[in-house]
Design a binder for this molecule. Structure first.
Ligand code: R5P
Length: 314
């Protein structure tokens, strides 16, 4: 038995965490997070967590390394403050795309992050739509891998599109796109792409499927520079798609991605709030679905010892 359930947030995720706490009907835990003049971070948990079931939420967004360090410090502080169990909740997993050694002499940073979280003292991890599910295997502690697919299904179904077709931008994303396509009862088209080195320029090298006269819905785990989406939209136009929607769980939108994507003439670009952006400031083509109810539900189930797998299905 735990003394209580507590939820804390590192700085980058305060707004999402507050929404999660609203759904849970409990206040967000108090913590002081600041930086000394020598650039060292300082964290202090401002309430007792002894024997508590603690959830600490931090997403990955710029400054990525700073935010990751903040999470590690919070976990360490919670462990030293005698929390009974610590669950790191990472809506967008840091360095998720660095999950394999596909070039000579490079690190597998997603694996290193898993080791860092475990060493800091996390007992379990919750995350959403990993770039590849195999990242779960980097952990020797339990990891609950949630998905926002159901939320996207509901959103797209509410549009009552006459002949939708789901589009995967590469073979790696096809498995998830199939699940989404099944969820909305639509066929699938698949592209294969090539990224020029580590750059933002992406070329489509193959295309299978029929999108002519249909509403194409690109389904992705994340949008970073927007290069993949720009390449995919160009290809879909050449193949005669009538309308184009984009669904991606993590709207990273780095560099000039907002500007670049505002000008490609798609109907909507729908992401979740796993990466914080000022919703009011977004051009109207960008829509945001909140994952706060999903995270709150997962936290509730984990705390009560109930099944979380219901949240994986749609
Ligand atoms: C890569 O395989 C992912 O699924 C996304 O396609 C990629 O992260 C998008 O990155 P960008 O927006 O920079 O093309």
């Amino acid at each position: 038995m735990f003394a209580s359930r507590k939820v804390f947030a590192a700085k980058a995720t305060t707004s999402l965490a507050s929404a999660v706490c609203e759904h849970l009907g409990q206040p967000l835990g108090h913590a002081d997070i600041m930086k000394f003049k020598n650039d060292n971070k300082f964290v202090q948990i401002k309430e007792s967590v002894r024997a508590s079931d603690v959830f600490v939420i931090q997403t990955s967004c710029p400054p990525v390394d700073d935010n990751l360090m903040e999470l590690l410090l919070m976990i360490d502080a919670l462990r030293r403050a005698s929390a009974e169990r610590i669950t790191a909740v990472l809506p967008y997993y840091p360095y998720a795309r660095s999950d394999k050694k596909d070039q000579p002499r490079i690190p597998i940073t997603a694996r290193l992050v898993a080791d860092l979280l475990t060493t800091a003292g996390a007992d379990r991890v919750v995350t959403i739509d990993l770039h590849s599910a195999q990242i779960g295997g980097f952990f020797s502690i339990p990891l609950d891998h949630l998905t926002a697919t159901k939320l996207f299904c509901k959103y797209i179904e509410s549009k009552h599109l006459s002949s939708p077709v789901v589009v995967a931008c590469d073979a790696g994303g096809a498995k998830n796109a199939v699940k989404f396509a099944r969820g909305i009862g639509a066929p699938l088209a698949i592209m294969e792409k090539e990224r020029l080195g580590n750059s933002d320029t992406v070329e489509v090298t193959a295309f299978i499927g029929d999108v002519r006269g249909r509403q194409a819905i690109i389904f992705e785990d994340e949008i970073s520079s927007g290069g993949t989406i720009v390449g995919a939209v160009k290809e879909l136009r050449q193949h005669g798609a009538q309308e184009i929607y984009v669904c991606a769980t993590h709207g990273v939108f780095c560099a000039d991605a907002f500007d670049r994507l505002s000008r490609i003439g798609v109907e909507e670009i729908i992401t979740t709030d796993s990466v914080p952006h000022d919703r009011e400031a977004l051009p109207s083509v960008f829509k945001q679905i909140s994952i706060a109810p999903l995270l709150a539900d997962a936290i509730c189930r984990i705390h009560n010892g109930d099944s979380v797998s219901d949240l994986f299905h749609y």
